[in-house]
Design a protein around this ligand. Sequence first.
Ligand code: AHR
Length: 663
Amino acid sequence: MKAQYFPAVGAILFGVAAALHGQGDAIALHIKADQVTAKVNPAFYGLMTEEINYSYDGGLYGELVRNRNFKEDAKEPVHWQLIQEAGGVGSMALDATQPLNDAAPASLKLTISQASGNARVGAANEGFWGIPVKPGTSYKVSIYAKAAESAGPVTVSLVSNDGATTKATAQIARVGNTWTKYDVKLTAAAGAKASADNKLVLSVSKPGTIWFGFVSLFPPTFKNRANGNRPDIMQLLADMKPGFLRFPGGNYLEGNTIQTRFDWKKTIGDVSQRPGHMDDAWKYWSSDGMGLLDFLDWCEDLNMQPLLAVYAGYSLRQERVKFGPDLDPYVKDALDEIEYVTGDASTTWGARRAKDGHPAPFKLEYVEIGNEDNFDREQGSYEGRFAQIFDAIKAKYPQLKLIATTPIKNRVPDVIDEHYYRRSEEEMASHAHDYDMRPRAGPKVFVGEWATRVGSPTPNMGAALGDAAWMAGMERNADLVIMEAYAPLLVNVNPGGMQWMTDLIGYNTTSSYGSPAYYAQQMFSTHHGDNVLAISEQGVPTREWTPPAGRGAAGQPPRTPMPQQVPLLFFNATRDSKTGTIYVKVVNRAATAQTVHLAISGLTSVQPGGKITTMAASSPDDTNSITEPKKVAPVTSNVNGLGPNFTRDFPPYSISVLELTSK
Ligand code: AHR
């Protein structure tokens, strides 16, 4: 058990707090600035990501064309429509006799039987819930096409869905009779209205036959990266100052079957050569435009370290690879993957990464072996698979820290990944002191997925309060918990976009917003300091809560729920050893303002002036949305009257970070 945190007996240990409490019913907090109980990993707060809720395709990944290689459906060119305008006559179908390459088995054949002048025939892509067009913005179009004989010109346009307005247009003068890549630029007029109700149209006005093998449309991306990401969502992520990115899953890593796992070797190189795959864990097509190198570029763009999860031979529908010789090819894949990330150009896969556009190796510290392997119902399966992969990685890369997804006995993992999805604010808050009580023997903990699941599509303020209580607990125990990531991170809030409710950041085709839980994360991740200070509290009010019935431990009869008292306030204090700034986090879940006496000992001085960042709501149900993106958001202001002993009121339903300047 951690020795430095004693909420129940704090007053006995810390006389100042006891003295303050004696002044009335006030809540007393005592911070011992000369007692550092843990060091905070600089990369403590990070991101967990996978292809869920249209996180990449139709989300972060910039591509605007849906089904760009015509592989999403074997029979129909889904998300494409035939255009026949002003008397133009033609047809459109998948054609397996003319594939562009081995990545996709068919191309889109456009037969123009009758066309001239304004009488046009074409193919239109609907995008992901429309194609966003912004005034004065340029878009890059790349098309692989060929004609039966020479054809053209092909007009490439962004057109409003009702067909009434052409927002941008360009031409490919001529398409020859061999597969060729054509690049065009589309620029929307400065005065055009921003909207999502648009389609991309490829049309011709002369009879003939044209095949399209791959069609891509990119808006400007974050840092102008080729094959890059949507700037508004990247900016929300950048504002969190995340330390790491765990990828590529989650269930998406495993797939429902071995066949549909994240097979990283099929996700690198030229996007027109990537086959894509069915993300059957979340039931939609993945273009794999967000491939292994793209995840790493994302890390580089946000100055995060990659936390790479390798496939470990288990898929969700209880498909597994037997450890031993059967697993050897997957072990090799994992080693190759690590080499792709970290190897220099003298290595096979380092050279491949250099060829793919990134000569410099990436730094890698953590590799996770699998995901949630506690769901593998075969006795001993993960023990065997983990040991085989662990031994192979440690033999080649002894410096890497390896993460197990569930406790194991036959090896000592460096870290265990624990996941906690809680169904209510009360439930999350009731666990906020769990790590204070956890024995310290054993591996460090990575809380790789967690959330208070209240609110849909994105969490509300009540969820954020549960989250903040939980985060204060993780941070207080930073000697044991070395990293954390909320999950899921992203959700497309358009109808049908969400597979998993309560996601940190929401967006539609044109805009995005952070939930209250997003801002809680941001408040913690941008104010974490590097030293956790000893803290005690007294007089914290509680609220009675009875856990839901019928949730017993595995193999046990349902437990009879017993009412329990759950604290209404939660705290943590950290210090930045370079600047001397002390960060005091206060979470007030109560419906009324709470007065807290703060006593800080072990310092020469605490300046009277400081800062406070507070996020407060009038109800736990308050939330953010596309139309009210900042209904609940933090506000920073200067404060006075601080010192080694002071009293402050914390508003109802609030999360606060006090910044004290100390010597
Ligand atoms: O975050 C959603 C899912 O929850 C993840 O894919 C999986 O790891 C967990 O069960």
